[in-house]
Ligand binder design. Structure first.
Ligand SMILES: NC(=O)c1ccc[n+]([C@@H]2O[C@H](COP(=O)([O-])OP(=O)(O)OC[C@H]3O[C@@H](n4cnc5c(N)ncnc54)[C@H](OP(=O)(O)O)[C@@H]3O)[C@@H](O)[C@H]2O)c1
Length: 290
């Protein structure tokens, strides 16, 4: 691994027994359109992954369901053998259908299969972190996480997983999982405009558990708001930069995994996340969700 020329914004966070950079990388959108099939620019996708690591990023988020298989294979091709500090988080709980849908698959045999697919496609014997993804495309849904989570605990005890997390979950499901086994993170949708997890972020911070917001830039629909544009204009920055800086400042347990298929955007996002927002900026940005 090269020595990065400048430290990444936000420093590091300890996930279980590993120190990771708070500025990470989300690999989902490296696959083809709507996260199906191969990317149009395969070399470009490999270049983004290599650039992320050479800039010092040590936390990459992925899933076998991305592509499916494609994103994991790109990560393996670009980065295997993985440099020691690199921490790759994956998730299970859904597969893909021929129409590009994300049917849930959470029976014990489904989860075992998905863990083994992740191991094989990433080319590792143990996965650093597996998030148990619940809910559906509409978001978290009520219901017990116990049977699914206990299957991952079994796989952890078999030595196939180092750390456990949960994703797309309600606060009740977080508590239910934690009553079964320790988790190191919660990965839910959260950004400037979607702040339903505000209390959960603070609660997890107090307990030393990471909160990893997905769709930090709005996902498939870029964040847009008058207040965001005004603050960005005042700071001579892009709205995306301000959105990332806001997350970075929101709480020390927030780990960023913005996605991009462009090395230029990757660099822009790192610079953006290091912006310093004043109390006035933050108050104005807080008004977006209220
Ligand atoms: N647990 C879950 O259920 C779940 C669900 C969704 C996602 N995730 C994870 O969360 C990660 C982040 O989510 P995401 O990638 O879908 O959404 P995102 O990070 O909110 O946004 C990514 C989009 O923003 C664009 N973008 C990024 N930087 C930009 C810049 N500087 N200027 C202009 N456009 C920019 C990207 O396009 P370009 O490629 O053109 O830069 C891409 O279309 C995913 O990679 C995945 O690992 C998890």
């Amino acid at each position: 691994m090269n020595t990065p020329s400048a430290p990444l914004p936000g420093g590091t966070w300890t996930l279980g027994d590993s120190s990771v950079t708070r500025f990470g990388y989300g690999a989902m959108q490296l696959a083809g359109p709507w996260v199906m099939g191969p990317p149009a620019d395969r070399d470009g996708a490999l270049a983004v992954l290599r650039e992320a690591v050479s800039l010092g990023i040590t936390h990459i988020d992925t899933s076998y369901a991305y592509g499916p298989r494609i994103t994991n294979e790109l990560i393996r091709e670009a980065l295997h053998p993985y440099p020691e500090p690199l921490f790759i988080a994956t998730k299970v709980g859904a597969t893909r259908d021929a129409q590009g849908g994300w049917p849930t698959a959470r029976r014990p045999e489904d989860l075992r299969k998905q863990v083994h697919e992740n191991l094989a496609s990433l080319g590792v014997e143990t996965l650093d972190l597996v998030n148990m993804r619940m809910g559906d495309a509409q978001g978290p849904q009520p219901g017990s996480i116990t049977e699914a989570f206990e299957t991952l605990v079994d796989l952890q005890q078999e030595g196939l997983i180092r750390h456990l997390g949960v994703s797309n979950v309600t606060g009740e499901q977080v508590a239910e999982a934690r009553s079964i086994a320790p988790i190191v993170c919660v990965q839910n949708m959260y950004n400037l405009a979607h702040r339903h997890d505000d209390d959960l972020v603070d609660h997890l911070a107090a307990d030393g558990i990471a909160y990893v917001p997905f769709f930090p830039l709005g996902g498939f629909t870029p964040l847009q708001s008058e207040a965001l544009s005004q603050v960005a204009h005042r700071l001579e920055a892009t709205p995306m930069s301000v959105a990332l800086a806001w997350l970075m400042q929101r709480s020390p347990n927030i780990l960023l995994i913005p996605g991009t298929s462009s090395t230029a955007h990757l660099r822009e996002n790192i610079a953006g996340a290091s912006l310093s927002l004043s109390d006035e900026d933050v108050a104005e940005l807080d008004s977006i969700a209220h």
